[in-house]
Design a protein around this ligand. Structure first.
Ligand code: GNR
Ligand code: NI
Length: 174
């Protein structure tokens, strides 16, 4: 059964490490599969729209994501690589490892990412808006980067809209 893991917060050294590539042979390991299930459980409970392995104190290059709209499915991306990034814009962002805060950050509005899925098969995800933003945010985590490093006007979430973004899962309502 999946269980909720502890999400580590800004200040924890694991969040600042460059995470290690996953050996494709490890993907079929039941412990790795359990970790993926636990990360989904943890992300949905938070709630959040994405969760990178370093946030549960596992310094490996993969993340789970579910922006919960009609066009996209939950995804696991292992050893992700950005293949396309275009149309830089400013977006409002939050992070489960920096609870209660939001800030503005420059992101690409359209990205494509390749990697492996939980069966070790090659995948390519492409999307816009929150989907693209989330992909970039999760890949930043794998490189030891938090959005607060680059954010403008970092502030405590105060308006309902800001709180929804800080409480993440509701972010797609915008
Ligand atoms: O749940 C999340 N919501 C969110 C909203 C705007 C921009 C980025 C995100 S990612 C965040 C979950 C998280 O911290 N993932 O690493
Ligand atoms: Ni985050």
């Amino acid at each position: 059964m999946p269980y909720i893991r502890e999400i580590i917060q800004d200040g924890h050294p694991t969040l600042r490490k460059v995470a290690k590539k996953v050996d494709p042979k490890e993907i079929s390991d039941p412990l790795f599969q359990q970790l993926i299930d636990d990360m989904f459980e943890t992300m949905y409970a938070a709630p959040g729209v994405g969760l990178a392995a370093p946030q549960v104190n596992v310094s490996k290059r993969f993340f789970v994501m579910d922006i919960q709209d009609d066009e996209t499915e939950p995804a696991v991306v292992i050893n992700p690589k950005i293949e396309l990034a275009e149309e830089e814009i400013e977006m409002t962002e939050g992070c489960l490892s920096v609870p209660g805060y939001v800030g503005e950050i420059a992101r690409f509005n359209h990205v494509a990412v390749s990697g492996l899925d939980r069966n070790g098969q090659k995948i390519r995800l492409e999307g816009r808006g929150l989907f693209a933003q989330c992909l970039q945010h999760e890949i930043d985590h794998l490189n030891g980067v938090l959005y607060i490093d680059r954010a403008q006007n970092l502030r405590k979430a105060e308006t309902e809209e800001e709180q929804a973004i800080a409480d993440a899962a509701q972010a797609q309502a915008y």
